[in-house]
Design a protein around this ligand. Structure first.
Ligand SMILES: [Zn+2]
Length: 163
């Protein structure tokens, strides 16, 4: 197990297409374990593989002890719309109010290849939606107003330049 480096926006890894996972082996379990370690090290509640530079359809979530490994997750239904403040480990220190579905149905496999279907609402729906967005190359910054987006881009570019 190891803590990996988290890719920070505008790292190109965050926008790459992700590959479907077909093999549920020890390597996949080790990757999931590393992802949990990385997420906990940054005090996060969710982490998607592109955030550690791996273009595969896997994300991990630990929301109030509800620990999930999402392999090849798909949102099959969504309902309503709520505005919540979201943060992201790839946008350190930034919290933005964004819209997300109020309720979602998600289908995914776990690290053992077992299938799950879950209906989620409240903050859990928001966390699952956020991580699944990552696997499709969509980021927090895509869901804010154009004005806000321009501001955040500048802020993140300045941050990258300061390093
Ligand atoms: Zn994120």
């Amino acid at each position: 197990m190891a803590v990996r480096t988290v890719c920070v926006y505008p790292d190109a890894a965050l926008r790459r297409d992700t590959e479907e996972i077909t093999v549920f082996d020890d390597e996949l379990k080790a990757l999931a374990a590393d992802m949990f370690d990385t997420m906990y090290a940054s005090d996060g509640i969710g982490l998607a593989a592109p955030q550690i530079g791996i273009s595969k359809k896997i994300a991990v979530i630990d929301y109030h002890g509800d620990k999930n490994v999402l392999v090849n997750p798909v949102i099959t239904a969504e309902e309503g719309c709520v505005t919540r403040e979201e943060g992201c480990l790839s946008f350190p220190g930034i919290y933005e109010k964004v819209e997300s579905p109020e309720k979602i149905t998600v289908e995914y496999s776990d690290e053992n290849g077992e299938k799950h279907i879950r209906e989620l609402d409240g903050f859990a729906a928001c966390v699952f939606h956020h991580e699944i967005d990552h696997l499709n190359g969509h980021l927090l910054i895509d869901r804010v107003s154009p004005l806000k987006r321009a501001f955040l881009k500048k802020k993140m570019a300045k941050r990258a330049g300061d390093k």
